[in-house]
Every structure is written in C-alpha cells, then in structure tokens.
Design a protein around this ligand. Structure first.
Ligand SMILES: [Zn+2]
Length: 330
C-alpha cells in the first residue's frame, strides 16, 4: 500500500488491492462518497499502483521504476486527468473524445493506462454519451476511474458499467485526530460538524476563515427559537453565507441528534440532552425534508424559498429555546 496522508482511505484501498490480486480488476470504477473525504486522492493512489511496473503484494508502489518516477513528477504519459477547464462550467464532449482517442493508442510505457474523470457528474450529456462507447468497449489495459459525490447525476447506463466503490466519512475520532495533526491550535469539533464530518472539507472551511460560522448558524437557530428572528430573516442570512453549506450543517446536526437518540457513544453530552428532548419521528421527518431541500439546491430553484421551507417547520417541530441554549458544542 502506498503511504497515505489520509489514514481513513486505507480500507478502501485494501479492497481495491484485493480485487487487483484476484486478477479480476474492472475496466471502470466509480468512486463515490461525500465531498471532502478524499475520493480523488484515493483514485490517484490507485492510479499510481496500477501504473507501477514493479508493483507487488509486499510493495504496491516501488517508487523507483520509470513509471513511479514519472508519476511522482506529474509527468506520466499513460496517466490522464479529465477535469473541468478553468473557462468552462462542465466537462465537455471534446474532452471525452480526446481521451477516448488517446486511450485507443498503444501505451507509452508498455503498461496500463489510467484515466480519472473528476467530478464525473459534471460531464455534459453529450460527454457522458461519448464516454459510454469507451465503457462498452474498453481498450485493453485501460482503467477508467470516475469520481463523484453525486453518482445519481450520471446516466444509469454509465453507472451500470462501473464497479462502485463507496468512500464513507471517517469515524469522528479519526477525523479529529487527523485534523489536530494538521493544526493543533484549532478547535476542530464545530468545523467538522459544519463540514458534515468530512475532514478535507473542514480543513477548507478553516482556510476560508469560517471557524465561527457554526456558532453563527447556531445563534441564528436560537434567535428563531426565541422568536427574535423570522424564518425569512434567517433564510436571508443563510443564503448570503451559502445555502448548501447551511443545509449540510443542519443535516449533520439532525444526524447527530438522531444518533443521540440511539444512545450513540461519541456524542457530546449537551447534544445528547437536546436529542432526548425531541420526538424521534419529528427528527426523521425533518431529515427527509432536509434531504429534499439539499437535492433542490443542486437545481436552479429559488434558494431563499428553499431555506425558508426548512426554517418554518424547524420552529414548529424541533425548537425549544431551552433545548438549543444548552447545545454549546455546536
Ligand atoms: Zn514503480
């Protein structure tokens, strides 16, 4: 296994290595999972393993062969990354056609060829159709790795031709330890909550200077609960800081509260107390509503209305001021 800086990836990598050892490695993989858990890093590590000329069970990546040296230098002629061009909003059909014709040629170093498409859900319809032809008749020795947090956006015909690998969020403790290793002076708990448990996302939020955003959102909910702000007031504030971010934060909280109800162990005691005071059926209803609104935010729907539609039932079903005042860890 190559050294990973993201310790929680080792499990997914081991599964891939097993299928490599069994000799039944697929021509196409679909790496899915939430944003900020390192899916692209996982795909790239896999590419390095697949390309290494001296890869063995004891040393997946030798680090010395021509392939490894070129890969580390970012110069491997049989490794392709298809990403959104800076001046475009998606991955176009011309990019996929260029990739397909490259993959149809003989390998430069005589080994495998590996292409990563990221984020795969950002392919246009025409691009996905064009990719389908390559997926149906993959050239020998090629591996396509599609990486996306939103696999449902890919055509079913594309999905069905890939072996799916799900990279979940790491356990909270592992994520916290890793983040502390990056920066011991930061209180990562609220940022990790804001990032929906995804460590790389928590790191990005910190870099954006959003350490206190979780506290701000919590105080918005408190104002709502106390009647000091209306759902529309809060929706306006949340639209300004990013609707998706706020909804995902709320999703993390509801998930944590549901876990608190299930008496999960790694729950801060104050949050556990809040969870105990809320009806479980209400929590589950609200969780469904959040999932619907989160999906809506990927469409051109009105974000303000979407946020308001979450905050109105919040005041009715889930909030009592006393509850939220004691949730100091959010
Ligand atoms: Zn090597």
């Amino acid at each position: 296994m190559p050294q990973t800086e993201l310790p929680w990836l080792s499990q997914g990598l081991a599964a891939l290595e097993n299928s490599l050892d069994s000799g039944r490695f697929p021509h196409a993989l679909l790496v899915t999972g939430p944003e900020g858990v390192g899916k692209f890093v996982l795909a790239k590590m896999l590419a390095e393993i697949l390309l290494c000329a001296e890869s063995s069970q004891s040393a997946r990546v030798c680090g010395k062969c021509k392939s490894c040296v070129l890969f580390t230098a970012g110069n491997h002629p049989d490794y392709y990354e298809v990403r959104i061009p800076e001046d475009k909003s998606g991955i176009g059909v011309d990019q996929i056609r260029a990739l397909s014709s490259d993959l149809a040629l003989t390998s430069n170093l005589g080994g495998r060829r590996v292409a990563i498409i990221y984020p795969a859900d950002q392919m246009t319809g025409a691009a996905a159709n064009s990719l389908l032809k390559t997926l149906e008749e993959p050239p020998d020795g090629t591996v396509l790795v599609l990486v996306t947090a939103r696999p449902a956006r890919l055509p079913a015909t594309v999905r069905s031709r890939c072996q799916k690998i799900q990279q979940p969020r790491p356990p909270v403790e592992l994520a916290q330890d890793w983040l502390t290793g990056q920066d011991a002076a930061t209180d990562w708990g609220p940022l990790l909550m804001l990032a929906g448990g995804a460590p790389l996302k928590a790191l990005a939020l910190k870099k954006e200077g959003l350490d206190d955003l979780g506290k701000q959102l919590r105080s918005d909910l408190l104002e709502l609960a106390c009647g000091h702000a209306s759902p529309l007031d809060v929706a306006k504030r949340w639209e300004k800081v990013g609707a998706v971010r706020c909804v995902e934060w709320l999703q993390s909280i509801i998930k944590s509260l549901s876990l608190a109800r299930a008496a999960a162990t790694d729950m801060p005691p104050d949050l556990q107390k809040v969870g105990e005071n809320i009806n479980l059926g209400d929590l589950l209803d609200y969780s469904d509503r959040l999932a619907r609104v989160r999906a809506l935010l990927d469409t051109p729907a009105n974000k303000l209305l979407a946020l308001e539609s979450l905050l109105i039932p919040w005041t009715r079903q889930l909030s009592t001021p006393a509850n939220w005042q004691q949730a100091s860890t959010l």
